[in-house]
Ligand binder design. Structure first.
Ligand code: SF4
Length: 503
C-alpha cells in the first residue's frame, strides 16, 4: 500500500498590486483608537484605503480560543479573535469574494523569544479555520524604513514610515495629556471631548501633510519641519479651554507590563486605566514611543558589547547614537508644543543600569529589563505612588520579569507594586488585587499632601483664593514643575507656595 507524503506548506499571501490599491482596504489594529485613527490619516495621505479593526471586546478572547492553540498568550488570543470577528462580520455583510478581493490585513512582525515572533502564524490559523486561505495577510518588519509586500501594492516608503512615526508620537502625547487631565477635570466629559477633537485635528494634518522628497530629503524635512509642531500648537489651544482642579489628592499609578497589555485601552486589560481613574487614581500611561526607543538603544548596547569585534565601530556607533538622539529630539520638540505636560521618555541607559542587578538587558522578549527599570525609575524619582504591572496570562518573558521583581521588592519593600495577571476573564480577581495596593497608595498620597501643607504653612482655602487671582493655574495646559513629590496635588501646592513667596 502506497503512502501519501505530506508536506508542510507555509502560508503565502496572493500578491497585492498597485492597480488594486484604490479598491482595497487595509485592515490593521493593535493600538489605541487614537493611534489607529492617526495611522489612518498617514495611510490615506499615501493613497491607501484603510480601516482599523474594531475595539477589542471580551468576546474576542472566546473567538480567539476557538482558532488558535490554547497555550497562546492572552494578547495573541485577543488579537487573533478580534481579527476573526472582523472577518466574520465583513464576510456576512459583503460576501466571501468581496472580503478576499477588497480587503487585506497588515500586521507587524519581529523575531524574538516570544509569541510576538509568531503572531502572524496565529492569524494564519484564523484564516485556515475560517477557510479563508486566499485572504491576504502581510507581515511587515518593525525595523525597516522601506519595504514592500509581494505585488508592489503595499509599499512602505520613507514618507509613509515617518507619517506612521508621527502618528505614534501624536497618539502617545494626546494619551498623556488625557490621563494628566481627566482625573482633575472640572466639567465631567470635557477631557474626552477635547481628546476626540485633538485626534480629528491631527488626523486631518497627517492626511494633508506635504510629501517632501523620498529618501534623505524626506528624513530631513520630517525631522526639521515646523509642520507637526504647529499642528500641536493648535491642539494646545483646545486644551487651554479645559479647566482642572489639581487640589484633588490622588495617588499616581504608573502602568508597566507587557507592551500590548499596558498600552491597550479596552477589555483586553479589563479597562484597567479607566478603572483606576474611577477608583480615584491618576494614571501614568506608557507611550508606544518608549518601546521604539528601547529597540533603537538595544542596537547601540549590543554594538558596545561587541566593540572589539566590530569593523568601523566608531562610525557605526555614531550612526546609531545619532538616530537615537534625533528620535528623542523630535519627541521632546512635540512635547514642548504642549507645554511639556506629557511625560518625557525615560533614559534607556538609566533603565538598563537600574535593572542590571536583577535582569540582564540581553534577555529580550516582551519588555525585557524595562519592566524592572521603569518600576525602579518611577520609585526612585518619586514619579508615582504605585506601580500597576499588567502581565499577560501565558507570557514567558513576563513570567521571568515578574520573578526578578520578587528580588527587587525584597530590596525595596517600600515600593508599592501590584502585579496583575490578565487572563481576560477574571477581572474581579484583578480589580480586588489592585484595590488592596491602591488603598495604601491613597493613604500615602494624602499623607504626602498634608506634609506639604504643613511645610508651606498653606491652607487649601489660601490656595483657592490665590487661584481666583491667577485663573491660568486652572488650565489643563498649565505645567506644574516637579518638586520631588509623587502626587500632583502636592507638587501643585508647593508650586503655589513658591509663587506666593512662601518657600
Ligand atoms: S511578550 Fe508575552 S504577551 Fe507579549 S507577545 Fe510575547 S509572549 Fe505574548
Amino acid at each position: 500500500m502506497g503512502t501519501k507524503e505530506l508536506h508542510y506548506r507555509a502560508y503565502r499571501p496572493r500578491p497585492f498590486t498597485k492597480e488594486e490599491r484604490p479598491r482595497t482596504t487595509i485592515l490593521f489594529g493593535g493600538l489605541t483608537w487614537k493611534h489607529e485613527r492617526l495611522i489612518q490619516g498617514s495611510l490615506e495621505r499615501m493613497g491607501y484605503r484603510s480601516m482599523p479593526l474594531p475595539q477589542i471586546e471580551r468576546q474576542d478572547l472566546d473567538i480567539g480560543k476557538e482558532f488558535i492553540d490554547v497555550g497562546a498568550c492572552c494578547p495573541t488570543t485577543f488579537t487573533a479573535g478580534n481579527l476573526a470577528r472582523t472577518l466574520m462580520t465583513l464576510k456576512e455583510k459583503e460576501g466571501e469574494e468581496a472580503l478576499k478581493n477588497n480587503y487585506l490585513f497588515v500586521t507587524i512582525g519581529a523575531c524574538g523569544p516570544c509569541r510576538f515572533g509568531q503572531y502572524h502564524e496565529s492569524y494564519e490559523r484564523v484564516l485556515e479555520g475560517m477557510n479563508l486561505k486566499d485572504f491576504r495577510l502581510f507581515l511587515l518588519d518593525l525595523l525597516q524604513m522601506e519595504q514592500s509586500a509581494p505585488g508592489g501594492g503595499l509599499e512602505i516608503s520613507m514618507p509613509l514610515t515617518f507619517g506612521l512615526v508621527y502618528s505614534m508620537f501624536y497618539g502617545d502625547l494626546i494619551t498623556d495629556m488625557e490621563h494628566a487631565t481627566r482625573p482633575y477635570e472640572v466639567v465631567e466629559g470635557s477631557t474626552d471631548a477635547v481628546v476626540k477633537d485633538s485626534v480629528e485635528l491631527l488626523y486631518e494634518k497627517l492626511r494633508n501633510r506635504p510629501i517632501k522628497g523620498k529618501k534623505i530629503d524626506s528624513l530631513l524635512w520630517h525631522v526639521f519641519t515646523g509642520y507637526f509642531v504647529d499642528a500641536l500648537k493648535e491642539v494646545r489651544r483646545l486644551w487651554d479651554e479645559v479647566e482642572v482642579d489639581r487640589l484633588r489628592v490622588k495617588p499616581r499609578v504608573k502602568i508597566t507590563g507587557e507592551f500590548w497589555l499596558q498600552t491597550h485601552e479596552g477589555d483586553g486589560n479589563y479597562n484597567m486605566k479607566r478603572w483606576l481613574e474611577k477608583e480615584g487614581a491618576e494614571v501614568i500611561p506608557p507611550p508606544v514611543a518608549v518601546w521604539m526607543d528601547y529597540l533603537i538603544n538595544m542596537e547601540l548596547f549590543k554594538l558596545e558589547d561587541a566593540k572589539g569585534f566590530v569593523k568601523k565601530y566608531y562610525l557605526k556607533k555614531f550612526a546609531v547614537e545619532s538616530i537615537a538622539r534625533l528620535y528623542r529630539m523630535v519627541y521632546n520638540k512635540l512635547r514642548k508644543a504642549l507645554n511639556n505636560i506629557p511625560n518625557p521618555m525615560p533614559d534607556q541607559r538609566k533603565l538598563k543600569d537600574l535593572a542590571r542587578p536583577y535582569f540582564h538587558y540581553r534577555l529580550t522578549g516582551g519588555e525585557g529589563h524595562m519592566l524592572i527599570g521603569k518600576a525602579l525609575y518611577a520609585y526612585k524619582n518619586k514619579q508615582a505612588h504605585m506601580i500597576c504591572e499588567l502581565s499577560p496570562y501565558g507570557c514567558l518573558p513576563n513570567t521571568m520579569s515578574v520573578g526578578a521583581m520578587a528580588k527587587v521588592l525584597g530590596d525595596y519593600p517600600d515600593l508599592l507594586y501590584a502585579p496583575i495577571e490578565v487572563k481576560g476573564d477574571a477581572e474581579v480577581h484583578a480589580y480586588s488585587r489592585c484595590q488592596m495596593i491602591l488603598t495604601e497608595a491613597k493613604r500615602r498620597a494624602k499623607e504626602e499632601f498634608e506634609q506639604v501643607l504643613e511645610k508651606t504653612g498653606l491652607t487649601v482655602e489660601e490656595i483657592r483664593n490665590f487661584e481666583e487671582d491667577h485663573p491660568e493655574l486652572r488650565k489643563a495646559t498649565y505645567r506644574v514643575p516637579h518638586y520631588g513629590y509623587a502626587g500632583t496635588a502636592s507638587n501643585y501646592a508647593m508650586h503655589v507656595a513658591k509663587l506666593m513667596g512662601k518657600i
